[in-house]
Design a protein. Sequence first.
Length: 348
Amino acid sequence: MRAVVLQPGHRIGVADVPDAGLAQPTDVVVRVSLAAICGSDVHIKRGGIPGIEPGEILGHEFVGVVHKTGAEVRRFRVGDRVASPPALWCGVCPACQLSTVQNCVEMSMYGGGPFLSPMGLSGVQTELVRVANADLVLTRIPAHVPDEQAVLVIDMFSTGYHAANEAKIKVADSVAVSGCGPVGLCAILASWQHGASRVFAIDQFANRLGLAERYGAIPVNLSHEDPVETVMEATGGEGVDVVLEASGSTSGLLNATRMIKKYGTVSCVGLFGQPVEFPVHQLIYRGIRLTMGLGNLVHVPKLMKLVEHGRVDLSALGTHTFPLEDAVAAYDLFENHKDECLKVFLRP
Ligand SMILES: [Zn+2]
Ligand SMILES: [Zn+2]
């Protein structure tokens, strides 16, 4: 089968690799219909995650059709359309028992190498993918939810939702979303689902802010205004109840600490590429709650229902689709923010 693989020198290519097969009776093999490129894939391409060697298949976001089932799989049959979470869990450890599967002792991201994939799961930007613990982790895709939206539910929307959920947004809370990439845009949608009264959307790219505004948020353009001043002025000097930090930047986190209301919550889901120094003392004196972590993937099935019943429309986030063979061009577009791209898909 063909696959997008890591190559030496921080490059990627498309190569022949052995077909994926069943390894355990609880596995299924899924034929990939659509895979997406994620910021984490670019992080891996640049060598940001240790232990991932050239030849590893990239990607962790995909949907497809069940191709083979292990002898113990009960919930799925060949031909079912399914969405897999980007990382899988064991179902039996203490974290899984508490439904905080993101903290599972065996949490394994597809293509995550020895550090991020103790289960040894390969990447998904390919034709066939082995899914472990299939009955536990897979979500059936409702008939009229297109692949292009289903693939956005599993990581982008589930992460944005997790940010809002962990922040415990209450009805009528004011929210600022720092960073309006696909996760931040999904965090805006999730804020409305939690009952927010208004959402400030902070970014520097006009196209992202345009979409944030379409999603009902108040755009704040970093290139033209100081977001702290704007948010403080708009909230009568109090600040917002909640900041959802999805930029993964030092300035984003520092601004969050300056625009948050006393006793407010800053919820971080952005992936920081470097250590950040920030004013802990101010957060302590002002009683700020700071929460962070990877998205909790148990939300995926219910989030799929929001899309199924038209409560959330993710279609505007998917801007480009390439054949898998053109992955090098797709990565170049995504990595360099060309052509106002947001989410870029690969079709095997
Ligand atoms: Zn991802
Ligand atoms: Zn577990």
